[in-house]
Ligand binder design. Structure first.
Ligand code: NAD
Ligand code: WQD
Length: 366
């Protein structure tokens, strides 16, 4: 007995794969589309290994509307989409902005256009806390509530803000057009999920983050230091106005983040709210030094680091105010930073080649 069918774009990637798993565990049918440019098809095997169900997979590029048409034609039962597929490296977005707009913005236009032809009208979108930019420019906006004015400071963030507007305009237009025809447009709904810093892996050690290139996020870099792939962590600045001088972020366990997508989708389907933005974060900020200590504790040894200058574009504090998601979605991050560090370490030490190796037998036996 399934509760519905969902298209997951970018479902072989880090957050998409964990969300696909959460959907399958909640008895949704899942159809993944991904062109595997930052992921691997082996992810699908790991999802099946954990939950005993296998999502359908299509290797398509989101910049081809006709390919979406074929997938929706083959799955007329799909009524919702969770849209992860995107390019996401902040630094790279400043070097090749056209590629970022082509994938993130034009790819979303292809998705929305095809979805509309196929009556797929619930959309959950991967936005990012990066749309807020530097919230310390306002008084009393840390922790950051959804009413904080957005102001992204890099091309990647501007593609996310643009797609938020694009989805909002499209959903509102669809609702209005249908109402003018005397029909209810209430089945058109969207969730704009602004995530803070995703962290961690599956507690089994079987699924985790496995990017194709060089990682640039703090925890994957620390993990490389722990296994000796990297000599030390470079700490980008210890002259911020924080308790230890390093920048503050809100690290949310990947399982809590994935659950946030499930509850947001259920909320759209049950409440028909139109367009809503929700922060998905813990509400608790941690400094870079606190993260080094937490991950070192999980690994059981001190990890070397060196303080260098600030990274361009970094801000002092990105901590969520998650009250709106807590109350409306009845969702709350349940796992701690220490859970994230321990799970990340279990994944890292057991899968040094990521998905390019079979999972260790002892993990499968558990
Ligand atoms: P990821 O790179 O692991 O996953 C993205 C997936 O999209 C990959 O599997 C990639 O192969 C696929 N993809 C990229 N371009 C494609 C295309 N043209 N056609 C089809 N598939 C394509 O990234 P992630 O960390 O899982 O992020 C997922 C989403 O969440 C992204 O939209 C990202 O911007 C957003 N986000 C990520 C973070 C983060 O820190 N990881 C934070 C906030 C928001
Ligand atoms: C975290 C902290 C760094 C690396 C990025 C994107 C954001 C979102 C999440 C997609 C910062 C410090 C890092 C290192 C360090 N992604 N750091 N040395 O920058 O908060 O957010 O990923 O939407 O849009 O900008 O995450 O993990 O890169 O950095 O000192 O080698 O760790 O300065 O304070 P960030 P991050």
């Amino acid at each position: 007995m399934t509760v519905g069918s969902v298209l997951v774009t970018g479902g072989c990637g880090y957050i998409g794969s964990f969300t696909a798993l959460a959907l399958l565990e909640a008895d949704y049918n899942v159809v993944i589309v991904d062109n595997l440019q930052n992921s691997s098809k082996d992810t699908i095997d790991r999802i099946e290994l954990i939950c005993g169900k296998r999502p359908e997979f299509y290797n398509i590029d989101i910049r081809k509307e006709e390919d979406f048409d074929k997938v929706f034609d083959a799955h007329p039962d799909i009524d919702s989409v969770i849209h992860f597929a995107a390019l996401k490296a902040v630094g790279e977005s400043g070097e090749i902005p056209l590629e970022y707009y082509r994938t993130n913005v034009y790819g979303t236009i292809c998705l929305l256009s095809s979805a509309t032809k196929h009556n797929v009208s619930n959309i959950v979108f991967s936005s990012s806390a990066t749309v807020y930019g530097d919230a310390t420019r306002f008084e009393n906006m840390i922790p950051i509530p959804e009413i904080c004015p957005i102001g992204p400071t890099n091309p990647y963030g501007r593609t996310k803000a643009t797609v938020e507007s694009l989805i909002t305009d499209h959903v509102e237009a669809q609702r209005n057009n249908l109402k003018k025809e005397g029909k209810s447009g209430d089945h058109w709904n969207a969730a704009l999920l602004r995530y803070f810093n995703p962290a961690g892996s599956h507690p089994s050690g079987v699924m985790g983050e496995d990017p194709q290139g060089v990682p640039y996020n703090l925890l994957p870099l620390l993990a490389q230091v722990a296994v000796g792939k990297r000599e030390k962590l470079l700490v980008f600045g210890d002259d911020y106005a924080s308790k230890d001088g390093t920048a503050i972020r809100d690290y949310i366990h990947i399982l809590d983040l994935a659950k946030g997508h499930l509850v947001a989708l259920n909320y759209l389907r049950d409440h028909h709210p139109g367009v809503k933005a929700w922060n998905l974060g813990t509400g608790k900020g941690s400094t870079v030094f606190e993260m080094i200590k937490a991950f070192s504790d999980a690994v059981g040894k001190e990890l070397p680091y060196q303080v260098v200058g600030r990274r361009a574009g970094d801000v002092l504090d990105l901590t969520a105010n998650p009250t709106k998601a807590n109350t409306e979605l009845k969702w709350k991050a349940e796992r701690t930073l220490y859970d994230a560090c321990e799970d990340l370490w279990r994944w890292t030490k057991n899968n040094p080649q990521g998905y390019r190796q079979s999972p260790p037998q002892e993990l499968l036996d558990k």
